[in-house]
Design a protein around this ligand. Structure first.
Ligand code: 8X3
Length: 254
């Protein structure tokens, strides 16, 4: 099996890219620590995947420093040597011009996309450094490469992820740890629904007239990154649906 029993910790595993990645990695022989806020969905997924691979579930909110450290420090010894960390939790809240932006939305994005990623990484990385091996995959975004109208704080949070990915790569180079970012354009998940606070028609307009990426497409790239030979480290993959050319250039069929 390609995964060879490597232990993978995935944040945001209850839906979208995280869930698709969990399913694909399970089939490929990776052992999984599934993390997410929604305990029931998490436990259901863990139960579903348990005949396929070794799996455990940890329910916590990446925005809470205490929840992160309590949860990760509660892992039984057999799960503590995490080989792969997939920092996937996060999302967008709102799409407003900077002058009318909702400050609670700003807090939510910075707390999950930036601080949450840091809290989880800070718990996991020291073990990787000690063992002199590991692979970190951060979920970036085209929003971390280009700023688009009304993207302001979401883009800033993803630019921060891009900087943290590069920072990790240089700091962890001597420890032999691979650091990858995957930076997608439009992926149809709960992303738009969350951004528009449950407004389904606004959310579906985002993908109208084009065939967007799905969680499975990103999972596929993650598996590719994790199964390269040990001397090959993928630094960054920017990926669009075929109909997209940049954050703002999209070919929609009427
Ligand atoms: C999601 C991609 O373009 O909606 O991170 O910001 S975009």
């Amino acid at each position: 099996m390609m995964g060879n029993g490597r232990i993978v910790l995935i944040t945001g595993a209850t839906a979208g890219i995280g869930e698709a990645t969990a399913r694909l990695l399970a089939k490929n022989g990776f052992h999984l620590i599934l993390c997410g806020r929604r305990k029931e969905r998490l436990n259901e997924l863990a139960k579903e995947l348990s005949p396929v691979t070794k799996v455990t579930a940890l329910s916590f909110d990446v925005r809470s420093r205490k929840e992160v450290s309590d949860a990760l420090r509660s892992l039984p010894a057999e799960w503590t040597a995490v080989d792969v960390l997939i920092n996937n939790a996060g999302g967008a809240h709102g799409l407003d011009p900077i002058q009318t932006g909702n400050v609670d939305d700003w807090d939510a994005m910075i707390d999950s996309n930036v601080k949450g990623l840091l809290y989880v990484s800070r718990e996991i990385i020291p073990g990787m450094v000690e063992r002199k091996s590991g692979h970190i995959i951060n979920l970036g975004s085209i929003a971390g490469k280009e700023v688009y109208p009304n993207g302001n704080v979401y883009c800033a949070s993803k630019f921060a992820v891009d900087a943290l990915t590069r920072g990790m790569r240089v700091d962890l180079n001597a420890a032999g740890i691979k650091v990858t970012s995957i930076s997608p354009g439009m992926v149809e998940t709960e992303f738009a629904l969350v951004r528009f606070k449950g407004d389904a028609s606004r959310a579906s307009n985002v993908y109208k007239g084009l065939n967007p990426l799905r969680g499975d497409d990103i999972a596929d790239l993650i598996l590719f990154c994790l199964t390269r030979p040990s001397h090959v480290a993928i630094a960054d993959i920017t990926v669009f649906p075929s109909a997209q050319a940049s954050a703002t250039v999209v070919n929609r069929q009427q």
